[in-house]
Design a protein. Structure first.
Length: 319
């Protein structure tokens, strides 16, 4: 049976728990850590944030209203055309959006839609971005939006698509942009889809210094297993202060500790699960898969940090 993925970034649990880790091939179970209530209340306030990204497509935005329900925003600074010439352009609403968003006190970052097909073009884009940012101070990263251009029907088009680059080449281009931006004192990162990240971009960013990833994956439960700091989970959301659809994002600030020393020993018709104590944890929650691709349900809860075992009597039955 194919088990649905379960990660620390699963949005079904982020509001009430701290971390989730599956048991791999041992059984369809997972263990969740939750800290003492006082720590949970304090940590959740800064553990993640809800935000959006905006460009000229959103038209005139009431940023004061947006700031009442959102924690952060990424504003499109500009784009490289996906035609053969690949000209560099500012977003028509960049200046007005930046000025108004910063005035509200929102955490603000920017992104640039790239179609760079070489490291030299990535550096050209970085210079363009850095020049446009001179009047501003940011609290979030400068992001290279690296993706293939598509038409309204989803067909891939444009100079980056036609270049037919390898995953390794994608990675070198993204790393070049990030390193150039970082040299000027900014935090840099890359927005990309799951396939591009897995093909080589994520590895290149890690090797270049651990630049943050902004994952583009429109779903309620991502199957991407790599690390990411931001997740664009919807391209058709809504927000007060904006007319029409808007991309929605989650920002992950705290990465919890992982359950370690996890073992499953045969006991009667099932298994006994054991794991190492997590400092500061109040207890642990055991989850079981409810079927292929359908999620998890809670089956047990340990109310003390010293409860480090649990008998799984149904594991041998395939549950």
């Amino acid at each position: 049976m194919t088990r649905p993925p379960l990660t620390v970034l699963d949005t079904r649990f982020v509001a009430t728990t701290f971390s989730i880790y599956s048991l791999g091939s041992l059984s369809n179970l997972a263990i969740v850590i939750y800290p003492p209530l006082s720590e949970l209340q304090a940590a959740l306030a800064g553990a993640f944030g809800q935000g959006l990204d905006a460009a000229r497509y959103q038209g005139e935005i009431d940023w004061e209203t947006v700031a009442k329900t959102q924690d952060f925003v990424f504003i499109r600074l500009g784009f490289r055309g996906y035609g053969e010439e690949g000209t560099l352009n500012l977003d028509d609403n960049f200046t007005v959006n930046m000025d108004a968003a910063l005035e509200t006190g929102l955490d603000v970052g920017v992104y640039f839609f790239s179609q760079a097909t070489s490291e030299a073009e990535a550096l050209e884009e970085a210079d363009f971005v850095l020049e446009a940012l001179e009047p501003y101070s940011l609290t979030l990263p400068v992001i290279m939006d690296y993706e293939l251009a598509t038409t309204a029907d989803g067909s891939m088009v444009g100079r980056l698509y036609e270049a037919g680059l390898s995953g390794e080449e994608y990675g070198r281009i993204c790393a070049a942009f990030c390193l150039a931006v970082e040299k000027k004192g900014y935090t840099a990162g890359v927005y990309a889809g799951r396939s591009m990240l897995e093909e080589g971009v994520a590895q290149a960013l890690e090797e270049a210094g651990g630049f943050p990833v902004w994952l583009a994956n429109w779903t309620v439960q991502t199957r991407y297993n790599g690390d990411f700091a931001y997740w664009q989970y919807s391209g058709s959301g809504s927000a007060v202060g904006i007319t029409g659809a808007v991309d929605q994002d989650i920002r992950y600030i705290v990465r919890p500790e992982q359950v370690t020393g996890l073992t499953a020993q045969k006991h009667g018709s099932g298994y006994v699960l054991r794991w190492d104590k997590i400092p500061g944890a109040l207890g642990y929650i055991i989850l079981r898969s409810t079927g292929e691709g359908s999620g998890y349900t809670e089956v047990a809860r340990g109310t003390g940090a010293g409860v480090l075992t649990w008998p799984d009597r149904r594991a041998s039955a395939g549950y």
